[in-house]
Design a protein around this ligand. Sequence first.
Ligand code: GLC
Length: 701
Amino acid sequence: MNRPFTSVADLMAEMTLAEKIGQLHQSPNDTHLNAEEIRAGRVGSVICTSSAFAGNEDQERVRARKVNEMQRVAVEESRLGIPLLVARDVIHGHRTVAPIPLGQAASWWPEGVKDAAEVAGLEAYADGIRWVFTPMLDIARDPRWGRVAEGFGEDPYLAGIMASAAVLGYQGDDLAAKGRVAACAKHFAGYGAAEGGRDYNTTEISRNTMRNIYLPPFKAAVDAGVASIMSGFHEIGGVPVSGNRWLLTDVLREEWGFEGVVVSDWGAVAELVPHGMAEDKRDAGAKGLLAGIDVDMAAEAYLDHLEELVGSGVVPLANVDQACRRVLELKAALGLFENPYTEPDLADEVHFSAAAQSAVLDLARKSAVLLRNNGLLPLPRKIKTLGVFGPLHDNGRELLGSWCLDGIESDVVTVLDGIKAEFEIEKLYHSDLPDEASFQARHCDVVIVVVGEHHLRSGENNCITTLDLPAGQTDFLAGVKRMGIPTVAVILAGRPLALPRALNDVDAILYAWQPGTLGGAAVAEILSGTVNPSGKLPVTFPRTVGQVPIYYNHKATGRPTDPYGHGWSRYIDEKDSPLYEFGFGLSYTTFGYSDLQVAPHGDGFYISAQVTNTGAVAGEEIVQLYLRDHAATVTRPVKELKGFARIPLKPGESRPVSFELSRHDLGFYGADEVWVTEPGRFTFWVGPNSREGLSQEILLG
Ligand code: GLC
């Protein structure tokens, strides 16, 4: 029964309590969802997945015709004709897959992240999806945790910039416009602090660390207008976030003014029972709604118990009305009442388009990080005898990463494909067998070994206790290197790996993360010098898992240690410094920094430096601005990223790079959880990474 929509208020005035509760239930459209549930108004939204672990298991692709059929039942056969809101985990691309978010962060290129989100949103929209469960904004300081792959790394400022870019890319400035989808910042908040790097585990996060490290990326997403927030599975200091009123209402609603929808993670409302916060699913449903969860994903706690909870006065009707209103307002903002259906042939027009391919290729080009180069790279375009070896040298699926539900493996350009297209090779050897590779390597002028992780060695619930390369790959590399042939290692992984032993002898290392559908092309273009690598690390690389957690924006402690020099606390069996620091990345050229100037500007400062391309080829430098507040009412990190700029420079070209920081920008959340800027001694750095750069101390009055 198609009915004219007038307003959310008018619609709610007609709704029964059961119909309002139906809007708060999100059902997976796996085998058990049927037309009867939709017709009865018991389903407000649908998550397109056939399992609770969508990232880990192959999923049926979503197609507009199937979504339209579900939608038709809701719009034309239910009593009020309220359209469904159809959701999917579109984490880093839909049909055309971009690099994993950790790789995207390594680009330090928000414009590229926005573009990739935009094409992903359009492709998802064409399949009938209007709600994507992305961006994931969990700060991660422990790479044993598999979901480090899905976030934007260890720094709140960088993650916040990427969050805003992603939200803008998916949502645009009109959610009802064609190709626009509702984004969802997740997993609110602090999920990445899981003890032991083990997924879903307890987190112990002080309020001060919560405020200054884990919450800022979500605040950036809210300020960017994100339509929804997803609560996590974990507990913080004894209170599971999906029952945590301080987080979901006091902070998110009352402090930040967020007016969108809060959806729980899969089953997280009912999981208040195993958490030990609720007696049973009825109690969990009450606690979830009262804390601030509007939509219960897949637990059916609201569907089964809210009507009785309201009837018995445990849950005020006003709370149900408020949650229902938010859901209906999101559907109205998406234009679903006017346009609930999707053009069935739109996907054929926009999937895997030239624009989509260009967006993910450009992002892959800028995401790869050159960690070492003794001059071997770039390789000549013409090579007499080339060896391309390694378990991932001609692998497609692993380039798509752990959350790739609608990407198609046959679309993938493997590293070998990319190399064949990029180079002129008289004799090409290639193998994924270590013994064959060692044997063939002796005949080669240069060897490329592609190693790294299976796509399910990271991602949800895929956590590891070492940070080594997977079994056998270190020996693979050693066997090839033993032949004494110039060797490049290309690493495709979903996390920072501790690599020293495996790579001691290789001549060059390119870390390409899981670079997406066109990742092999990007890797090959970098190896040939067609593309000068510019990526920089969004996470610290440890020497060994024993150093974890290790991150650049750490506190000084009362017995400071210079990780690159001497100091108090130290390991007796390992260096204190990381293998590669946050913000590190090499280029085929070199850049020089000079003439740092810090001048009062408004109530803050204007910071500038001269950056020069001191090498022989054009390149892009990601100039980074760091700050330290030397003494404050709470301890502050030894360095904090406060700005960055990606600067293209021709050989010999020099240009000023400037930043403006207000007095507010120098502040932090104090012990009272209020933002404050305190006078005192500050140091600014401008440089190529979190370790090096020009510095100047100033006194803030
Ligand atoms: C999963 C993930 C979450 C995802 C949701 C739906 O368990 O934690 O990121 O969006 O469930 O698949």
